[in-house]
Design a protein around this ligand. Structure first.
Ligand code: BGC
Length: 747
């Protein structure tokens, strides 16, 4: 067994330990201290603990590319001393350097320590979603969808680790990540924040990320806290637009949306952020059933629940399920929201105080929320020390982190087409590099990079390489010609570009999407803009090999390009080292190993996912993807053989082992993701075509064979039955690994 697999297995067993062992249970003394503290708190102090404001609220000037952010000391004191604010979030509005973060956090925690009666530390939260996104110079990894394309739990753990170190080094210990919403609606502009369309994949990667984040020895186990978002069902808007309604039965919700959150809770996360949208007419923030009965009663979550941005107010202003701002607060708190991301005023605080005085919000509920918040602060050790740990600074953005980032980026790139072995390219060729994503860093990183939208190209670190710059370094500058050719959606000087194409040996056409985040990323058509498709056709007509590199946050439909391109590579926001990774892969320094974590649709309306129902099969209603979930090519070839089951029967509480041999039959070393799919052949509820229930990434030298094994238990065979409860049903199951299959019976 090689080191690579050892790491994977270590992580998985560590994860299992985390599931059973890691907990942030307070000691008896801590519990007593907490109760004593709460008994001393006034109503106002409690309402303050439940309040989260943005740093904007306590700032004099916004940070921009030309102006430094300035904190307003008087407003800070007002927030902490007068309103007893328990939490602050975000930046206003660009990334700070690490020393400035230290200054800000130190001021905030000093105010909490010196200007309040009870000296309760502030919990500072940030969206450090692919690394410490708001600290200048941080290691910025592939976004979650890119990370999911690696199918590598060890890398997911590394991203968690490094994020904890670098955000922690900035003095920030609470991260609004991971997104455990499933990416099952490709139009949704937040697809790239997810680990893709599959429950099992999201559980494994999310669990590993949380484990890494919360157990890093440098930061201190438990010191850095993740936040599971956005509980629950947010990612499946019917029309694909952000913050629009999802319609989903309880069965579907329990089958697809809840299990990743369940895994996140088991992995030790103690905070949850609420779905900004609505399901079946009930806004996430008003949903008592999901926030209290399910989350607390069933999933046994004992941390605290934070609202999303302004969403309690929106129960009145947008959803109109409350007829006043005060009623909105009552509704949300009684539904189970413990902390409000208000985020720019003290209205929530005022409403809580008034509601309590009027007897409309019971004190038990306020105490419950406050106790949950303080318990998390205590478990994180903030009462002992909430100040930046200067020691961590020397571990910020190290060479080792960059190396790990390059490894993650390289494994995240997926080779979708490679006609006649067009790739890897010879380093002796003359290449013409073109397209709107060829010479930008923002397109490799996407939203939440330096700024919220991630599209301030001038703020990106100049020493990092765009795809063009990486290619120029990979071969020699003189071999490379470049013209942008077109913008994302407008035609440009195409004739000039075609001339350059004709005078080169190969065209590397870089297409995709600009950076965006949340609602501004809404689109009405999943197809790549006409300008990009037409440009590909014109370049193809130049008669040279056409290599298309797509960098994007969601699988933009491109069936015409898929027809004509000689090779296609896709990167779902591979991060700051994405340019280097792509160049290394194009020229064969590395061998592609990424696989699709989502189905790549062929048609804008052809959104049928890989685990489709029998009624959606190709000969029925047309499962016709461009590329299947789990698909990705390599420069070598693999042959699978000897699929064996330890038994052909399994009892409800038993297990069986599946083994399979995999051989590298090509001439290059490579990493292959062995995927185990199960099909429940008959069920009282229609069962998916197939579901991934195990995967392992193995590295194989040319000619080398390895045996991979998977254990199947009840967990892999269960589903949500007619009564909306998780059940197993006796019957036949099919196991598939690559082209091999076998069957067994659950007795
Ligand atoms: C997003 C959250 C994010 C929060 C704080 C909201 O708009 O939906 O995902 O954590 O802002 O920045």
């Amino acid at each position: 067994m090689n080191t690579f697999r050892n790491i994977t297995l270590t992580v998985i067993s560590a994860l299992l330990m985390s599931v059973c062992g890691y907990s942030q249970q307070l000691t008896k003394e801590q519990e007593a201290k907490l109760n004593d503290l709460i008994s001393k708190m006034t109503l106002e102090e409690k309402a303050g603990q439940m309040t989260q404001i943005t740093i904007q609220t306590i700032s004099k000037t916004q940070g921009t590319k030309d102006q430094k952010h300035v904190l307003d000391d008087a407003k800070l004191e007002e927030a902490i001393s007068k309103y007893h604010v328990g939490s602050i979030l975000n930046v206003f509005d660009v990334a700070h350097d690490i020393d400035y973060w230290h200054e800000i956090i130190t001021k905030i925690q000093t105010a909490a320590k010196d200007k309040t009666r009870l000296k309760i530390p502030v919990i500072y939260g940030i969206d450090a979603i692919h690394g410490a996104t708001y600290t200048k110079g941080a290691t910025l990894f592939p976004q979650a969808l890119g990370l999911a394309s690696t199918w590598n739990t060890a890398l997911a753990k590394t991203v968690g680790d490094v994020t904890a170190i670098e955000a922690g080094a900035s003095g920030i210990y609470w991260n609004f990540n991971p997104v455990l919403d499933l990416g099952r609606q490709p139009l949704w502009p937040r697809l790239w924040e997810t680990y893709g369309e599959d429950v099992y994949l999201a559980q494994q990667l999310g669990g590993a990320y949380i484990y890494g984040s919360q157990n890093n020895p440098l930061v201190g186990p438990g010191k850095f806290m993740t936040c599971l978002k956005h509980y629950v069902g947010y990612s499946f808007p019917l029309n694909g637009l952000d913050r629009t309604p999802a319609y989903m039965s309880e069965r579907t919700l329990r089958e697809y949306s809840l299990p990743p959150f369940e895994a996140g809770i088991k992995a030790g996360s103690k905070t949850v952020m609420v779905n900004s949208g609505e399901i079946d007419g009930i806004p996430g923030h008003a949903n008592h059933f999901l926030l209290t009965e399910v989350l607390r009663g069933e999933l046994k979550f004992d941390g605290f629940v934070v609202s999303d941005w302004e969403d309690i107010k929106r129960l009145y202003t947008r959803d109109r399920v409350a007829d006043s701002p005060k009623e909105a607060v009552r509704l949300a708190v009684m539904a189970g929201v413990d902390m409000s991301m208000v985020p720019t005023d003290y209205s929530f605080y005022e409403c809580v105080v008034e509601l309590a005085k009027e007897g409309k919000l019971p004190m038990w509920r306020i105490d419950e929320a406050v106790k949950r918040i303080l318990a998390v602060k205590m478990g994180m050790g903030l009462f002992e020390n909430a100040f930046p740990n200067k020691e961590l600074k020397k571990h910020f953005a190290t060479e080792e982190h960059t190396r790990q980032n390059l490894e993650a980026a390289t494994e995240s790139i997926i080779l979708l087409k490679n006609k006649d072995n067009t790739l890897p390219l010879s380093k002796k060729q003359k290449v013409f590099v073109t397209g709107p994503t060829a010479n930008m860093l923002s397109v490799l990183n996407g939203g939440w990079t330096i700024t919220w939208q991630g599209n301030e190209e001038v703020l990106y670190p100049q020493e990092k390489h765009t795809i063009l710059e990486a290619i120029q370094t990979e071969i020699t500058k003189t071999q490379v010609t470049y013209a942008e050719g077109i913008s994302f959606d407008k035609e440009g000087k195409i004739d000039d570009a075609v001339k350059l194409a004709k005078s080169s040996d190969v065209v590397i056409l870089c297409l995709g999407e600009p950076a965006y985040c949340e609602t501004p990323g809404n689109i009405y058509d999943l197809t790549l803009p006409d300008a990009q498709i037409n440009y590909a056709k014109k370049l193809k007509a130049a008669g040279k090999k056409l290599v298309v590199v797509l960098v994007q946050g969601r699988p933009r439909v491109m069936n015409e390009i898929a027809e004509i391109a000689d090779a296609i590579m896709v990167g779902f926001l591979p991060g700051m080292e994405g340019g280097r990774a792509i160049a290394d892969l194009l020229f064969g320094d590395e061998n592609p190993s990424g696989k699709l974590p989502v189905t790549y649709p062929k048609y804008p309306n052809g959104i049928t996912l890989y685990d489709y129902k029998p009624i959606e099969s190709a000969d029925q209603n047309g499962y016709k993807p461009q590329y299947e979930f789990g698909f990705g090519l390599s420069y070598t070839t693999y042959t699978y053989s000897n699929l064996k089951l330890s038994s052909y029967e399994i009892s409800e509480n038993g297990s069986l082992t599946v083994t399979v041999d995999i051989k590298n039959t090509g001439s290059r070393k490579g990493k292959e993701i062995v995927q185990l799919y199960l099909t429940d052949l008959f069920g009282s509820v229609s069962r998916p075509n197939k579901q991934i229930k195990g995967f392992d990434k193995v590295e194989l030298a040319p000619g080398e064979t390895k045996t991979v094994s998977f254990t199947i238990t009840k967990d892999h065979l269960s589903f949500i039955g007619l009564e909306n409860k998780r059940i197993t049903e006796p019957g036949k199951f099919k196991v598939k690994v690559a082209g091999l299959e076998s069957e067994f019976i659950l007795k």
